[in-house]
Write a protein that binds this ligand. Structure first.
Ligand SMILES: Nc1ncnc2c1ncn2[C@@H]1O[C@H](COP(=O)(O)OP(=O)(O)O)[C@@H](O)[C@H]1O
Length: 186
């Protein structure tokens, strides 16, 4: 499927405000790709698709993960994590994206993972700092993004983990290992 058709399909699966967010992630992914030496087209394509399943009914998300034998471990954790796993599969099954790097950037855009690739880092960070984001700390994350992808992502992961702890929520361990792995490489 070409880019225009993918955009038409993705945008109709979410409310207007989420499509505006996605456009922010697209622009920011292109910007970070150019700055840090990734192919902007690949980064933008991952950004277009990253939230495709975000507004699917939760039960539909659960069934998709089971039916397609995706990572069922996620079903024991925050349902906010499920859409990323599904989006990666949809990219391949419905949009014909064979590029594993693009699919992994979609797959890990919420949780992160240890040893993230360049495109995974770019989409994770673009999702965190796109221009529509407005939360305490986003300006600092944007400032750090100008200096180092790793430092900016570590800042974001620390903030995410801190919020989950404050709310007494279960933390998906992949995010903790993503954080640990960044600390070891910085
Ligand atoms: N390791 C984790 N364990 C549990 N929840 C997580 C983890 N990482 C992120 N989340 C949650 O996922 C949500 C963010 O998902 P995201 O796809 O970025 O949504 P949004 O684009 O609406 O911010 C937040 O509610 C965050 O607390």
């Amino acid at each position: 499927m070409n880019k225009e058709d993918i955009i038409a399909s993705v945008s109709k699966q979410m409310p207007e405000r989420r499509w505006i967010h996605t456009q922010g992630v697209m622009v920011t992914s292109r910007y970070l790709a150019e700055k840090y030496g990734e192919d902007p087209e690949r980064a933008e394509l991952a950004a277009i698709i990253h939230d495709v399943a975000k507004y699917w009914p939760v039960e539909e998300q659960r069934q998709y993960i089971v039916k397609h034998q995706l990572n069922c471990e996620l079903l024991d954790y925050n349902k906010e994590l499920w859409h990323a796993e599904i989006g990666s599969h949809v990219a391949w099954a419905q949009y014909g994206i064979e590029d594993q790097g693009i699919r992994d950037a979609i797959r890990y855009h919420t949780s992160g993972r240890a040893g993230m690739s360049l495109i995974e880092k770019i989409v994770w960070l673009a999702d965190y700092i796109e221009p529509g984001r407005d939360f305490p700390g986003v300006e600092e994350a944007r400032r750090l993004a100008e200096q180092s992808l790793d430092t900016a992502i570590l800042y974001g992961l620390n903030a995410t983990i801190t919020i989950l702890i404050e709310r007494n929520r279960i933390i998906y361990p992949g995010t903790v290992t993503a954080r640990n792995s960044l600390i070891l490489t910085i």
